[in-house]
Write a protein that binds this ligand. Sequence first.
Ligand code: ATP
Length: 271
Amino acid sequence: MTGDGDALLEVRGATKRYGGLIAVNDVSFSVQRGEIFGIAGPNGAGKTTLFDVVTGMVRATSGEIAFEGVSIARSSVHAICHRGITRTFQKPSVFDSETVMGNVVVGAHFGSGKPWWKSLARDPGVWDRSAEALALVGLSDRADERSGELPVFDKKRLMIASALASSPKMLFLDEPFGGLNDAEIDALLALLQRINREQGITIVLIEHVMRALMTLADRVLIMDQGRTLRQGDPHTVMTDPEVVRVYLGSAAEETASTAAIKVAREEGRDA
Ligand SMILES: Nc1ncnc2c1ncn2[C@@H]1O[C@H](COP(=O)(O)OP(=O)(O)OP(=O)(O)O)[C@@H](O)[C@H]1O
């Protein structure tokens, strides 16, 4: 595939049809190693379907997807995970009856690329990676608790720990900030920045929480009705009149500019 030679992930003309509906329509983007890439857009725009296509959960109707220069468009979820792409889901999805540590061990095993009896019995790395991932997200002291009893924020952190335990190069996060309060949003912002900067993990996230998107993303892609509406620098894109009209609505225009101004102030520059 021709295109951006330095890209970790390159998606060209990704299209997913469900019967007559085109959920993802000719979407192209690339993500550089070490980048945080945000995806936003109104409900039903095709964001999660785009995640499903890239992570191998559904097969693209057409288009090309390359990770580290190798086509993954027809690879299985397992194969894509073993190459280094892991994801979390919009709804906190953990094995409720399993312990917190048990959930992370499943993630670590999934990323090991070995049969479960080999990775669990003979690979001490599985346990080490699980403990490290739990420590990173701040859940070490809850390792023996039943996952189903965790509050939403802890379930979300657990999903991230499970994903990290597979030693990904690239993490796909589907609305990680949804349903969190302000303090939890701050804590998750700090955690994702650490994962990106200290662990060197490239992040792609779908996000509706504007403050989180504007703080984290190096670049954003805005989708509408399956298509790319705009793509580029978050401050420019999120204050684009067409994006405001289609996605944010006039009531939210102020919120977007306020968030842009706040982030710009924190960074010591003009919005
Ligand atoms: N398995 C499926 N079968 C048929 N249609 C589907 C399927 N999955 C998604 N769609 C449709 O594809 C379109 C895009 O859905 P998708 O969930 O990707 O949007 P989204 O941008 O993630 O929305 P939200 O922000 O609400 O999560 C919607 O019209 C949806 O109903």
